[in-house]
Each structure stands twice: as structure tokens, then as C-alpha cells.
Design a protein around this ligand. Structure first.
Ligand code: SF4
Length: 434
């Protein structure tokens, strides 16, 4: 009856996935259908991802977060990666990107789509290099496409494909010098392949074939930004905008085949450029949901890039971005461990939630209201329960117990909340001899 969610939406069909998304978002299913039909909302859901509990990404919906994981040559502990996946889902990540680049990537990927209720994304370019086990320049255009087909069969819901790094973008990139050149892993691989072989980007040249695969399995194209700025000095430069124009054209071609699309975005970017970038993307890419990798608002905080990213992510999402890729404190330094993953997720969740309040998402601020009520009552158990990270909140309070249980060690007897509650209840407030 229908191939993709977009196809169904355009035929006026409300799918089971749309109903689930509508319920999660507390919206009308018909409204979700209409947004999916216009490409403003995506529901990534490969037909072979049986464990999926679908989520929607896009306009008027809550901001979603993605967690990057996967084994690499320097980090081969598969069990630890599964454990990270489990805790990421438990902490509320709506998507997991498997960026594995070592060993039996297919088994890992298949286990993810067999067990994981979150959306699964991959970057087939990384996997091709591992899978074919041969020098990059020897991988053929057909082989690149075969990897996309393999990931499709394995149940991946969205794929980052760097189609925008074509010969024209590469020429612009070379003509207009940048400080950090290309910092996208997939983008750098594709650029290197094009330079060494003299060929056009196979994902761009054979884009229609890629779309046919996406249509068959209902895979969402995550149009990769090979030229995302990797430092403040490169933000909003010629290469970034040239690629974005191409991504806008590719969006229309995907929609013509009912393939769902999102656009990947910066990167590193000064705060004053973020809102304008969201507007440019929305215009050039016709309202397709924007998936931002940061943006990191300063380059000088290695060890704290979950914070630089959360600041940029909150601004980006408040200005229209729909999907935030988490960044951990280990960014630019090493692969994140379990503690880094947790900090990255919490930072991204704070950014997403803060943006949802600013966006005016209905009910987004209810959570904050409940927390404030609990604070006013000095109801510590309820405050822990409502915390973004209950374990940390509980641990911090336990580390410095107050003399009076109904205050905290910050102000003790001077507790403004307690004293005002008492005065308003007609009680005496003395402070010094209590
Ligand atoms: S003691 Fe101070 S910080 Fe602690 S709850 Fe009271 S007012 Fe707030």
C-alpha cells in the first residue's frame, strides 16, 4: 500500500508509527501525517528494525538527541559498547549512531537493530574501508553502493551519506582556503578518494540508486556535511554554504522519491552566527529537519566540549534545529568512556530541554514547574526524582549533609525558601538561635 512514511503521509495514510509519534509528542496523528508529507518531520524506521520504538524528528516536535558509539581499532571492547548503548537508551537518547570501524561491524550492527528500541544510524563510508580490507583508492563506486545496501538490509534507520562533497564542492573547498580544512571523517575519506581516483563522488553520481535503496527499506537520508566548519574561523565560509546549496538540491530529489531527509550541520561556530545559520539551512533545504553536531561555540575548551556543545546546541535548537548530536568531555582528546558518555548525554538533554521551552513546545516547562514546586516545599526526595541526573543530585546532597534536614548546607539556617515559607505561614523566624 505504501513504501515509506512519507509516501504514506502523502497518500493521506496515518501509519502505526505516526500514531506512536503523535502519542509521544501529545499531538494529533493527522498533524504528524501532514508534517511528514511536507518533509518537515521525519520518522526514521527501517522496515527491518523490528525492535524500534519510533520517534519523530522535526518541526513542532521535542528536540531529540543522538549518541555516537562503536568499536574502533583502539577500542575493541564490544561488550562495553553494548553497555553504553543500554545506558544511553535508559538515559533517554532517542538515537544511537554506530560508528564502528573495526572488526565484525556487521554482527554489532545487527545486534543493535535486533535489540535496540532507539533509532539506529550509521555512516556506511567508515564501514566500507573496514569491510573491503583494501586501500581506499581501490574501492570501486559499486562497492561503496553495496555497503549502503548491506546497512539497509541490516535494519539501519538513518544513514549519513556525504553526497554533498562532489567535484564542484571539492573545487570550491580547494580555492577558498580554510584553517581546519575538512574535519568530517566521512567527508575527508570521500575527498581523498575523489582526489586519488579523479572520479566524481559515487554517492552523488549514483544518488538515484541510493534513493531507491532508501525507498525500499524506508531509510532516512542524513545528508552529511563534509565541509562543516571545524573551528570558529571557518564558520559560514564558502565551502560550508556551497555544500549546503547542494544538500538543498538533493533534498528535493529525495522527496521526489518519497525518501525522508534530514540535513547535518555545524560544527564549530560563534554564538552570533548560529541563529542565522539555522535560517539559511531552513531556506536552502526547504524546511527539512536540521541535525547539528554541536555547534561548539569556542575552540579552547578540550575536556569541556560537552559544555561548549550544549551552549551551541541549545541556541541552535531554540532557533529551529530538531536533532542534537551529543558531544562528550572526551571530544578532540580520546574515545569517550562510560562516564564521558553519561556527561555528554546529560549536557545534550539539558540543551534540548532548554530549547524546547524556548521553542514553546506545549508542556515542555511542566517538568520545571514541578521541580520548582518541590523546591518550594523543600521536598528533597521529589527533587531527586525530578532531576535530570537523580544519582548525582542525591550524591551531592549526601556529601555535605546540613544540620537541619529541611535545608541544605549552602545556606543552612539562612535558607531563604524555608524562612519565607515560615513567615508566610505566620511563624517567627529567628535564624541565629535555631
Ligand atoms: S539552604 Fe539555600 S540553597 Fe539550600 S534550599 Fe535553602 S535557599 Fe536553597
Amino acid at each position: 500500500m505504501y513504501t515509506t512514511q512519507m509516501d504514506a503521509a502523502r497518500q493521506g495514510i496515518i501509519t502505526p508509527q505516526m500514531k506512536i509519534v503523535a502519542e509521544k509528542e501529545r499531538m494529533d496523528a493527522e498533524e504528524i501525517r501532514s508534517l511528514v508529507a511536507k518533509g518537515q518531520v521525519i520518522i526514521p524506521c527501517n522496515k527491518n528494525h523490528k525492535a524500534l520504538h519510533p520517534s519523530g524528528v522535526g518541526a513542532r516536535l521535542t528536540t531529540k538527541i543522538n549518541v555516537n558509539l562503536g568499536v574502533s581499532r583502539d577500542w575493541k571492547d564490544v561488550d562495553m559498547e553494548y553497555e553504553k548503548v543500554r545506558s544511553a537508551v535508559e538515559m533517554g537518547a532517542e538515537a544511537i549512531m554506530d560508528l564502528s570501524s573495526y572488526g565484525d561491524t556487521r554482527s554489532f550492527r545487527r545486534k543493535l537493530t535486533a535489540d535496540c528500541p532507539a533509532m539506529i544510524g550509521t555512516v556506511p563510508i567508515y564501514d566500507a574501508v573496514v569491510y573491503y580490507h583494501k586501500p581506499l583508492a581501490q574501492i570501486t563506486a559499486e562497492e561503496w553502493l553495496d555497503i549502503v545496501r548491506m546497512h539497509a538490509e541490516d535494519g539501519v534507520d538513518f544513514m549519513t551519506i556525504h553526497c554533498g562533497m562532489n567535484r564542484a564542492t571539492a573545487a570550491r573547498f580547494k580555492q577558498n582556503k580554510r584553517l581546519m580544512n575538512i574535519v568530517s571523517r566521512g567527508g575527508s575519506i570521500m575527498f581523498a578518494w575523489m582526489e586519488m581516483t579523479g572520479n566524481e563522488n559515487p554517492f552523488y553520481e549514483h544518488y538515484d540508486e541510493i534513493l531507491d535503496i532508501c525507498r525500499e527499506y524506508d531509510i532516512t537520508m542524513s545528508l552529511g556535511d563534509a565541509c562543516r566548519p571545524g573551528c570558529l574561523a571557518d564558520a559560514t565560509d564558502t565551502a560550508q554554504i556551497e555544500e549546503l546549496i547542494t544538500l538543498g538540491e538533493l533534498t528535493k530529489r529525495a522527496w521526489a522519491k518519497d525518501v525522508q531527509v534530514m540535513i547535518e550541520g555545524p560544527g564549530h561556530m560563534p554564538m552570533n552566527q548560529i541563529a542565522a545559520n539555522m535560517e539559511i539551512q531552513k531556506t536552502l533545504c526547504h524546511g527539512a529537519p536540521f541535525y547539528v553536531l554541536g555547534p561548539l561555540v569556542t575552540d579552547v575548551a578540550p575536556g569541556y566540549d560537552h559544555i561548549t556543545s550544549a551552549i551551541g546546541g541549545a541556541l541552535a535548537a531554540a532557533s529551529g534545529a530538531a536533532f542534537l548530536c551529543y558531544v562528550t568531555p572526551a571530544e578532540h582528546l580520546r574515545l569517550p568512556n562510560a562516564a564521558d558518555v553519561k556527561e555528554g548525554i546529560i549536557a545534550a538533554k539539558i540543551a534540548a530541554h532548554a530549547a524546547d521551552i524556548a521553542k514553546g513546545i506545549p508542556h515542555a516547562a511542566d517538568w520545571d514547574y514541578k521541580m520548582s514546586e518541590a523546591r518550594k516545599r523543600l521536598d528533597w526526595e521529589e527533587m531527586f526524582r525530578l532531576s535530570m541526573d537523580p544519582e548525582k543530585a542525591r550524591r551531592y546532597r549526601a556529601e555535605a549533609k546540613p544540620e537541619k534536614e529541611d535545608t541544605c548546607s549552602m545556606c543552612g539556617n539562612f535558607c531563604a525558601v524555608k524562612n519565607t515559607n515560615r513567615i508566610l505561614d505566620g511563624e517567627i523566624v529567628s535564624i541565629f538561635d535555631e
